[in-house]
Write a protein that binds this ligand. Structure first.
Ligand SMILES: [Zn+2]
Length: 375
């Protein structure tokens, strides 16, 4: 389905090896000149508040309103860019024409029982995709992190389906545009749910590294360690299937021993993050246990990797996260960290300081030692 630049496979000693398929690093792109003028760090549009899937739906406008209110209270709601909608051709890079047309003309209906479509839904979903595309263009042009404050989320939307509160895959569309321009892109999906849509869209692509940490066994049921992608994409899908209770220490171990080493070997030219905040211990939908400072530290480590690997080209795009104080505190903490400030956190209980997720991390490492240099 996905049509971008596809890097041809190499053969190392007669044996296909994912690592050998990575083309030489185009270091020139990472030396682009930074503009001297202040640049945007947030992309947001109040139209995102107009999307209401159904009354009392957990993916509700208050999520984004809480984030914006907290950013304003912390004087972090500055440098805000208004997005343009994605074009149909932008989303056709990751979705089939038939699906887009079905969604566009549905007007009233359901993509699944919890993903309702109304007359305004298609345009707002295009705007969310457009905001994420714009964030990626800015991050890549200017070499700095950009946060896309969007809804509806996108990572459950696949080539020919929506669902799980998702309609169009925002991060996948942004990644596909960059790959079409010849760049190698890493997607870090920290949402508590496996990003089945993103994973499927890029499953056979060597030019997109997809790494997901998620609670395994809950919706959508996909994302075992053994799913490594297919065809030319084998090795470029990395699933870390945590169990209930995994929190700060498990995520840090996963980041340090698995995520960053693979990132360094893959050498992305941009990093796109699907930031779901539903792995927070206060989240009502899942049983993962990240604290607010833990989330901010995880994102900060990822941003440091973006700084050293690809000139700071990082996009943070909002996915899920359903506890209002938690999502607001985490996003504000990230925005503050990007500006060299710190925030006073209220939701800072560390419920996992023993590395409960070591088993899942080891299972993933065992599978991926075939493809990557992991200890
Ligand atoms: Zn989620």
């Amino acid at each position: 389905m996905f049509r971008g630049v596809i890097f041809s496979g190499d053969i190392l000693q007669g044996r296909p090896c994912a690592r050998r398929r990575i083309p030489p690093w185009d270091g020139v792109r990472c030396l682009e000149v930074r503009p001297a003028v202040p640049t945007r760090v947030l992309v947001y549009d109040p139209r995102f508040l107009e999307h209401v899937s159904s009354p009392l739906h957990v993916e509700r406008p208050e999520r984004l309103r809480a984030i914006v209110d907290r950013l304003k209270a912390e004087r972090l709601f500055s440098e805000v860019a208004k997005p343009a909608p994605a074009s149909i051709s932008d989303v056709e890079r990751v979705h089939r024409k038939t699906y887009i047309e079905y969604f566009r003309t549905l007007t009233e209906g359901f993509l699944d029982p919890e993903t309702a479509v109304h007359p305004e839904t298609f345009d707002i979903a295009l705007l969310a995709a457009g905001a994420t595309l714009q964030a990626a263009r800015t991050a890549i042009r200017e070499g700095r992190p950009v946060i896309a404050l969007v809804r509806p989320p996108g990572h459950h939307a696949g080539p020919d389906y929506g669902g799980g509160f998702c309609y169009l895959n925002n991060v996948a569309a942004a990644a596909a545009e960059q790959v079409a321009e010849g760049r190698r892109v890493a997607i870090l999906d920290y949402d508590a749910h496996h990003g089945n849509g993103t994973s499927e869209i890029f499953s056979d692509e060597a030019s997109v590294l997809y790494i997901s940490t998620h609670q395994y066994g809950i919706y959508p049921g996909t994302g075992p360690a053994a799913d490594v992608g297919k065809g030319d994409g084998r090795g470029f899908t990395v699933n870390i299937p945590f169990t209930a209770g995994c929190g700060d220490s498990s995520y840090f171990i996963a980041y340090d021993t698995l995520i960053e080493p693979i990132l360094r070997e893959f050498r992305p030219e941009a990093i796109l993050m699907s930031l779901g905040i539903d792995a927070h211990y206060r989240d009502p939908l899942t049983s993962l246990a990240l604290s607010s400072p833990g989330y901010v530290e995880l994102v900060a480590r990822s941003a440091a990797a973006a700084s050293s690997l690809c000139n700071g080209r990082l996009v943070v795009a909002l996915e899920g996260g359903y506890h209002l104080d938690a999502v607001a505190e985490v996003v504000a903490g990230i925005a503050a960290r990007f500006q060299g400030r710190s925030l006073e956190f209220r939701l800072k209980d560390v419920l996992d300081d023993k590395g409960r997720g070591r088993g899942a991390i080891e299972a993933t490492m065992a599978v991926h030692r075939t493809f990557w240099n992991l200890r």
